[in-house]
Design a protein around this ligand. Structure first.
Ligand SMILES: Cc1cc2nc3c(=O)[nH]c(=O)nc-3n(C[C@H](O)[C@H](O)[C@H](O)COP(=O)(O)OP(=O)(O)OC[C@H]3O[C@@H](n4cnc5c(N)ncnc54)[C@H](O)[C@@H]3O)c2cc1C
Length: 448
């Protein structure tokens, strides 16, 4: 008999621990749940579910809970495996066990002068992010984070531990990188790290009187920006909370945040911006990679996050003006943050050995998010998201980045129809009885 963690049921504190989610908009209510702390736990949970005809669901932090389908009747596995992040500085590799947040990877790699392809939040789970493509803060130089996966260790429905890579089951290795889940429980991944020597990162905020000039200057710069720099432009309308710096409260501010892998490249952006007007807060500075997960100042406490996402073609000044009109002062927007994230560079280039999702064919990613505990009802937030969506409609590519879709009702279009079918064939091979079916991200909009 294997020594495994017990499966927990509603009412049990272990159930609450396993089902907790970062995005409270999508509470998890499976029939049973388990925090798996070893491979034996995962295997035992799979056979428990299989014997009862239950579906198996997986989550780590619940950052994507708002977009998850119902877990009713399912067994939820939260894999938190031991061992910690292992760094091989000579081969520039990190082995990341399931359950690891990006902050732990970044802190382990930084003493070696190495950085990881993480996004804007250190609390996001590395594996969930990587499996969904991963739009990194270094993305314009590195491309989608999933392209930097060397191998994936997973336990499939038959209970086997498989290590897939370009050499071992390349078809599954292709499908699992961006295919939307539903293949099994990933227990570890190995990824490439990259050296950083001349890093500058931060966020600068301006009061609304400078918004039009800041946004226009940023946008014009993005048209010819070097790949070394990845930035975002945000309109933020922050609540009066003690943890928010006072100069950022009391009305919308506009923020340019990001990272440059060559400090001089960032100055070409920051110098003209700083001449427009004194930022009310400016954290851009030379730094090491350990600082980067904090520069975007994403929330790190759970909350109810409701929002929307589009991948945009070149919006021109007209599209940028529409974005400002719908999210800034006088718009009546209940959104706490509305963002245009710079894509292009290597993000737009297909990686020859990449997964099914290996590039984003768009100029900017739009994300908007509201928090009903702080401003607006859920209905008002969604209604406003729909208005922004309509205003940005002329530049909507119809595509989406899987990690950014916030709600089940929001359109998705991550993959082409042919790729969706090809991924389905791989799923059917590794999970013939559809045990993990509920974990596969639904495609509500297929792009030809
Ligand atoms: C504040 C915030 C900032 C973000 N910033 C970025 C960003 O900069 N770039 C970006 O690309 N995305 C970003 N995201 C989106 C994030 O990448 C996705 O939400 C991602 O899916 C989170 O992974 P998770 O494991 O933390 O979340 P979870 O909700 O726990 O998991 C999401 C899904 O990942 C899969 N999964 C997780 N763990 C495993 C496992 N061990 N085995 C198999 N499947 C697994 C499951 O299908 C699960 O449903 C952000 C999200 C938030 C809330």
């Amino acid at each position: 008999m294997l020594d495994t963690s017990p499966i927990a049921f509603p009412g049990d504190p272990a159930y609450d621990a396993a089902t907790g989610v970062f995005n409270l908009a999508g509470p998890a209510h499976p029939a049973a749940a388990l925090t798996a702390t070893g491979l034996a736990d995962v295997r035992a949970a799979i056979s428990h579910a299989s014997a009862r005809g239950q579906g198996v669901r997986i989550h780590t932090t619940g950052h994507s809970a708002g977009a998850a389908t119902s877990m009713t009747g399912a067994l939820l596995i939260r894999p938190i495996l031991p061992g910690g992040v292992e760094i091989d500085p000579n081969r520039r590799l990190a082995r990341i066990p399931a359950g690891t947040p990006w902050s732990a990877v970044v802190q382990a790699a930084a003493p070696h002068g190495l950085a990881a392809p993480h996004g804007t939040s250190g609390t996001v789970g590395a594996i969930g992010y990587l499996l969904h493509g991963g739009v990194s803060l270094y993305g314009r130089k590195l491309g989608l984070a999933a392209n930097h996966i060397r191998s994936v260790e997973l336990i499939t429905a038959d209970g086997h531990v498989r290590c897939v890579s370009a050499a071992e089951d390349p078809e599954l290795f292709w499908a699992i990188r961006g295919g939307g889940g539903g293949f099994g429980v990933v227990t570890a991944v190995e990824i490439d790290l990259f050296p950083v020597t001349d890093l500058i990162a931060g966020a600068a905020f301006w009061s609304w009187e400078h918004a039009e000039d800041v946004v226009g200057t940023w946008y014009d710069w993005t048209l010819h920006a070097p790949d070394e720099v990845s930035t975002s432009l945000r309109v933020m309308n922050l609540p009066d909370l003690p943890e928010i710096p006072p100069m950022l409260k009391g009305g919308p501010v506009v923020c340019v945040a990001g990272v440059a892998l060559a400090a001089a490249c960032a100055r070409d952006l920051l110098d003209p911006l700083r001449k427009i007007g004194e930022p009310v807060l400016d954290t851009w500075q030379d730094c090491g990679p350990e600082v980067v997960p904090d520069v975007h100042m994403d929330p790190d406490e759970p909350g109810t996050f409701i929002g929307d996402h589009l991948l945009l073609a070149e919006p021109g000044r007209e599209g940028i003006a529409a974005f400002l009109r719908m999210t800034g002062e006088g718009s009546g927007s209940p959104l706490i943050a509305a963002e245009l994230r710079q894509l292009g560079g290597r993000m737009a280039v297909a990686a020859p050995a990449g997964g099914v999702l290996n590039r984003l064919d768009a100029r900017l990613a739009y994300m908007g998010a509201g928090v009903p505990e702080l401003r607006g009802t859920p209905e008002e937030i969604i209604e406003h998201c729909d208005k922004v969506r309509a205003a940005l409609g002329p530049w909507d590519t119809g595509r989406t980045a899987p990690g950014f879709v916030k709600g089940l009702d929001r359109p998705r279009g991550h993959l082409s129809e042919a790729d969706v079918r090809a991924v389905e064939r791989v799923r059917a091979r590794v999970d013939p009885d559809g045990l993990f079916r509920g974990d596969a991200m639904p495609e509500t909009m297929i792009v030809p």
